[in-house]
Design a protein around this ligand. Structure first.
Ligand SMILES: O=C(O)[C@H](O)COP(=O)(O)O
Length: 205
């Protein structure tokens, strides 16, 4: 039985556009983000993909992306489970700050460590490791069983909650995940082996 899992980072949000640290703050998609989410859905539809269940976070930008993808594949109203386990990494005290201003204030290197290191949390927030500690159990207990039962699963979530998941799924090291960036609104289609390892991966850029 083929297990199919599609991961998609939300389309551009209003705060991505304004270059603000977002984390658990809750802006909606920008106009461009809406178009990106629709395009993601069109690309999935072009592959002939339809879903059996969708998962998204407790945040509007991911939920909106999920909804638009489902509309474009002709499945509005498909069962969708929302859970804060899939939320973006909590950016703590950085939330709401402009990323360039933060670089000017704290230094380029420090900001890069907060944004991309594996285990250094931003002040008052979550490291990627902390994010993984909530994303991975949710994946193993909720998402993966659906895929392994032969259902095609959509996960519409966030840059860092998905980086944490991809690090585990693809077996990336701390060094490799540092360089892994996820584009907004670009679906990654995984076909999984019966032992849950990756059989095939396709990024729909
Ligand atoms: O939460 C945020 O600010 C972004 O959407 C993801 O941030 P990052 O590019 O710093 O990981």
């Amino acid at each position: 039985m083929t297990a199919m899992l599609v991961l998609c980072r939300h389309g551009q949000s209003d705060w991505n556009l304004k270059n603000l640290f977002t984390g658990w703050r809750d802006p909606d998609l920008s106009e461009k983000g809406v178009a990106e989410a629709r395009e993601a859905g069109k690309r999935l539809a072009a592959l002939g993909l339809t879903f059996d269940i969708a998962f998204t976070s407790a945040l509007v930008r991911a939920q909106h992306t999920c909804r638009l993808i489902l509309e474009e594949v002709g499945q509005p109203g498909l069962e969708t489970i929302r859970d804060q386990a899939l939320n973006e990494r909590d950016y703590g005290d950085l939330s709401g700050l402009n990323k360039d201003e933060a670089r000017a204030r704290f230094g380029e290197e420090q900001v890069l460590i907060w944004r991309r290191s594996y285990d250094v949390p931003p002040p008052g927030g979550e490291s990627l490791k902390d994010t993984a500690a909530r994303v991975l159990p949710y994946y193993v207990h909720r998402v993966l069983p659906q895929a392994m039962a032969g259902r095609t699963v959509l996960v519409a979530a966030h840059g860092n909650s998905l980086r944490a998941l991809i690090m585990a799924m693809e077996g990336l090291t701390k060094e490799q995940i540092l360089k892994r960036e996820l584009d907004t609104g670009v679906p990654i289609v995984y076909r999984l082996n019966p032992d849950t390892t990756i059989a095939e991966k396709q990024e729909l850029k």
